[in-house]
Design a protein around this ligand. Structure first.
Ligand code: G3H
Ligand code: 13P
Ligand code: ZN
Length: 328
C-alpha cells in the first residue's frame, strides 16, 4: 500500500529503526528493492531524482512504483521525490501521486549554489503548505552536504554544491534546525553531518567517528519530533569495487560510510537513510563480471538478472542492519 513518509517514519521512531531510501531509475532496481523487502518483511521508501525523471520519464517511474505496490500489496511503500529544486517541481510530483517530496532549499534552484537561510525557509514553507493540504509529507534540508574529510560536496550531477565547503557549512546548526522546523513545519529534515553524495566520500579507510555523531545527538535533542535524514549514506562496498576493477573497470581507491556508523546515527534519531551509489556499484560490478564470464551471451535479461541479484543482496543487508526488517 502507498503510505506517506510521515506515517512510516513515525512508526520507525516509535520502534527505533531506520529505513533505507533507495533511488530508483529502472525495473531491475525496483524489483531488487521489493523482493528484498518482501523477504525481510520491511517497509519501503523509493525515491526518484531529477536524473531519474529525465532518464525514465515521470510517468514510467510512477507506474514502476505503482506496479510494485500492486505486486506486493502487503508492503507499505513511500513514493518520494528526491531533491526537489523548487516548489513548482514538488507540485508536479504531488500531482503525479507521490506521497512525499523533498524540497531541497539548501541550494538555489540551479541545484549548485548554496542558498541562504531565508530563501530556504521561504521555498520549504510554501512547499509544506501545498503538500500538507494534499496529505503529502515534506523533507527539507538544512546545511550543505559535503565530506568532513575532503570539504567536497561529492560527485552527483545537479545535486551538490560547487567548490570547497567550510567546516561550518558542513554541519547543520542545532539552533538553526529548531528555528527552521518551527518556521516550515517539515516532517523530516536532511542534515549535514559529514556525508556527501556519490562514490568519493573519503580517501582513506574510515576509522572511528567519520560522522559527526555528537552533532546528530544535539540536533535530535532540539527537534525530537522531526525525523532526521542522512543523505550520502552509501557504504561503497570494497568487494564490488574490486569486482569492477577486476573486470575492466577503473575506479580509484575510495571509501563510504560504514554501516556501523549509520547504525549509530539511527540510535540518535536518523530515520531515513538515502542510498543510491551502492546499488549502482553492485549492478555495474555484476554486469561487468557476467559479460566477461559469459562472452557468447547476448540476452540482456541474463546480465540484468545478475545485476538484480547483486542489488538484492545489498538491499537485504541494509534492511537487516537498520532494523527495518520485520516492520512491514
Ligand atoms: O541525490 C542524488 C542521487 O544519488 C540521485 O542521483 O541525480 O544522478 O539520479 P542522480
Ligand atoms: P549516495 O550517493 O551515498 O548513495 O547517496 C544518495 C542520496 O543521498 C540520494 O539523495
Ligand atoms: Zn541526496
Amino acid at each position: 500500500a502507498l503510505i506517506s513518509l510521515r506515517q512510516l517514519l513515525d512508526h520507525a521512531a516509535e520502534h527505533s529503526y531506520g529505513v533505507p531510501a533507495y533511488n530508483v531509475n529502472n525495473l531491475e532496481q525496483m524489483r531488487a528493492i521489493m523482493r528484498a523487502a518482501d523477504d525481510t518483511n520491511s517497509p519501503v521508501i523509493v525515491q526518484a531524482s531529477a536524473g531519474a525523471r529525465s532518464y525514465a520519464g515521470a510517468p514510467f517511474l510512477r507506474h514502476l512504483i505503482l506496479a510494485a505496490i500492486e505486486e506486493w500489496p502487503h508492503i507499505p511503500v513511500v513514493m518520494h521525490q528526491d531533491h526537489g529544486t523548487s516548489p513548482a517541481v514538488c507540485q508536479r510530483s504531488i500531482q503525479l501521486g507521490f506521497s512525499s517530496v523533498m524540497m531541497d532549499g539548501s541550494l538555489k534552484d540551479d541545484g549548485k549554489t548554496p542558498a541562504d537561510y531565508d530563501y530556504n525557509v521561504d521555498v520549504t514553507r510554501r512547499t509544506v503548505e501545498m503538500a500538507h493540504a494534499c496529505g503529502v509529507s515534506v523533507e527539507g534540508e538544512l546545511g550543505v552536504l559535503g565530506s568532513l574529510e575532503t570539504g567536497e560536496a561529492g560527485e552527483e550531477d545537479g545535486v551538490g554544491a560547487e567548490g570547497k565547503l567550510t567546516h561550518d557549512q558542513l554541519l547543520t546548526d542545532p539552533e538553526e534546525a529548531a528555528a527552521f522546523v518551527k518556521a516550515t513545519q517539515v516532517d523530516a529534515l536532511a542534515i549535514a553531518c559529514g556525508t556527501s553524495h556519490g562514490a568519493y566520500k573519503f580517501t582513506r579507510p574510515p576509522t572511528g567517528d567519520i560522522l559527526a555523531i555528537e552533532r546528530i545527538k544535539e540536533i535530535h535533542a532540539r527537534i525530537p519530533d522531526t525525523h532526521l535524514v542522512m543523505h550520502g549514506s552509501s557504504s561503497v562496498p570494497q568487494d564490488w569495487l574490486a569486482v569492477i576493477n577486476e573486470f575492466g573497470g577503473e575506479i580509484p581507491e575510495t571509501y563510504g560510510v560504514p554501516v556501523e556508523q549509520i547504525q549509530e546515527g539511527i540510535r540518535h534519531g536518523v530515520r531515513k537513510v538515502n542510498i543510491d551509489t551502492d546499488l549502482r556499484l553492485a549492478s555495474t560490478g555484476a554486469i561487468r563480471r557476467h559479460l566477461a564470464q559469459n562472452t557468447s551471451n547476448f540476452d540482456p535479461r541474463k546480465y540484468f538478472q545478475a545485476a538484480t541479484e547483486a542489488m538484492y543482496d545489498i538491499c537485504k543487508a541494509r534492511y537487516e542492519a537498520f532494523g527495518t526488517a520485520g516492520n512491514a
